[in-house]
Design a protein around this ligand. Structure first.
Ligand code: ATP
Length: 259
């Protein structure tokens, strides 16, 4: 057994995880989800979702593949073009990339909305506080005064002036039913999900098959780079994007990746 193998799930601080560990990103991600559960912002089921993602990330080589980088640039263009962009935050997203989501919202002029599968007032409040601790000024999702059609009551709750009114929504690690229901409302959906076969990326206009811890900062970097680009050029970028090719490239990498 090497020292690396002794990096267990109970490290106190993420700084204790050696950055040169071959599975560093995976250990970091797992650690953040554990902390999220302890803080009451992530549901226990979030660890299961994390495990699924981790397996796909391993097969992708734990890196942003070229097709994902392109999708992240197109996602940034969509957010810049949008009139009412909203970034949806669930328990895993809040645990993994709170500050990074705040940065992306500020860079693209998007709103942040807490949107939970297992919704309780305590978790909504805890996530909103956690985002504020990471610099968010306004957090939506607490009103929950509108409903997404064709979903059960709890999972349908959104803010009337948030996701309900949005033209472009970023829904990372989203459940398939809700992704389909949002698509049926005519939203332009950007989905971040490591599984290219999952329903959520398959209904998205922009499927981003990448780990959220890499995808979100990269989207922000693209948004900064595109900030002075004129509208026609942004529209061309969005129109040229081939979602089927992006899904296919990720699946090919997963099935045939040289590990
Ligand atoms: P569907 O209902 O769309 O078929 P699912 O049942 O696979 O979805 P869940 O298990 O609820 O959905 O969601 C977890 C999804 O999030 C999985 O597809 C998993 O690959 C993905 N995922 C987990 N962690 C990450 C991460 N860090 N970055 C990106 N995607 C992730």
């Amino acid at each position: 057994m090497t020292d690396y193998d002794t990096v267990s799930a109970d490290v106190e601080h993420e700084e204790e995880i050696p950055t040169d560990h071959p599975r560093y990103q995976d250990l970091l991600t797992r650690h953040r989800i554990e902390r999220g559960i302890e803080k009451g912002i992530t549901h226990l089921q979030g660890m299961h979702a994390e495990g699924r993602g981790s397996a796909f990330d391993y097969l992708l080589g734990e890196e942003t593949i070229a097709s994902a980088d392109e999708a992240e640039r197109v996602a940034a263009a969509h957010l810049l073009l949008a009139e009412r962009p909203v970034l949806s935050i669930n328990g895993n997203v809040a645990a993994l990339v709170p500050g990074e989501m705040v940065d992306l919202a500020e860079t693209t002029g998007a709103d942040l909305e807490v949107n939970l599968f297992n919704r309780t007032p305590e978790r909504i409040e805890a996530i909103a506080d956690h985002l504020r601790d990471h610099g968010a000024e306004e957090v939506k999702g607490l009103e929950a005064d509108a409903r997404i059609p064709n979903l059960d009551h709890q999972r349908a709750k959104v803010d009337a002036d948030g996701i309900h009114a949005a033209d472009v929504v970023l829904v990372p690690l989203e459940d398939g039913d809700r992704a389909e229901a949002l698509e049926a409302m005519g939203k332009t959906e950007i989905v971040i999900d490591l599984n290219p076969l999952s329903r959520s990326p398959r209904v998205a206009e922009v499927p981003v098959v990448d780990n959220i811890i890499r995808a979100v900062p990269n989207m922000t970097a693209h948004a900064r780079d595109l900030a002075d680009t004129d509208e026609a050029e942004l529209r061309a970028l969005v129109e040229e994007f081939d979602r089927e090719a992006a899904l296919e490239a990720a699946e090919t990498r997963i099935r045939s990746g040289d590990l």
